[in-house]
Unconditional design. Structure first.
Length: 202
């Protein structure tokens, strides 16, 4: 449908499209059809992207806004877009992620170094790591963050008061039943995260 602005016609007029740029008028033919490729590969990729965006929608407040938006702003992106860029490949077209490829967080903060787990009871799990602090960014005071996720793909941040220098944290699984756990370090002053590590609890 055409419109008139400043005595200039722009838009669709019959079989042609009229546009204006830098004071010049341009006319082109209306395409006879719009390509919408539906090869198996393209349909699969669309399904993966849809799954990633649905994951984002489920976890906006708990994960994307607090932990992805700060990193995304450094790349002139939104947290939603950065998550999908780095994680679409981790989902299948049915909506399920490959946990081994899923990045729950991303960033250049020092990683959870040499993560080990000990079951001290049927429901008590002890997280152990090495203190690899080295500067003001990757510091002894980086917060140890812990998230749980079930098969509904909703993540929940768990209460945790450990920092990098403590080199350990104990979690009671009786009060926190999840299919998967993820952990990472967080620098609240610089709004920086490390890449997440995952634990299979099934």
């Amino acid at each position: 449908m055409a419109s008139i602005k400043d005595k200039l016609i722009a838009g669709l007029v019959g079989p042609v499209i009229i546009s204006h740029r830098y004071g010049k008028a341009y006319i082109r033919s209306k395409p006879s059809s719009v390509k919408n490729p539906r090869t198996p590969g393209q349909v699969n990729q669309r399904g993966k992207f849809k799954a990633a965006t649905q994951f984002v929608s489920r976890n906006l407040d708990e994960l994307i806004r607090p932990y992805w938006n700060p990193e995304a702003r450094r790349n002139a992106m939104s947290g939603q877009n950065l998550f999908c860029k780095l994680n679409t490949h981790a989902f299948d077209s049915d909506g399920f992620p490959d946990i081994t490829r899923l990045k729950l967080t991303t960033g250049n903060l020092g990683e959870v170094n040499n993560l080990r787990l000990e079951m001290t009871d049927d429901t008590i799990i002890r997280f152990i790591w090495n203190n690899n602090s080295r500067d003001k960014k990757t510091s002894e005071e980086n917060q140890f963050k812990l998230f749980g996720m079930n098969l509904d793909l909703v993540v929940k941040e768990l209460p945790c008061n450990a920092v990098r220098k403590h080199e350990a944290f104990v979690l009671d699984l009786k009060q926190n039943t999840f299919s998967y756990l993820f952990c990472f370090f967080w620098n609240p002053q610089l709004q920086l995260a490390s890449n997440s590590e995952w634990i299979d609890c099934t």
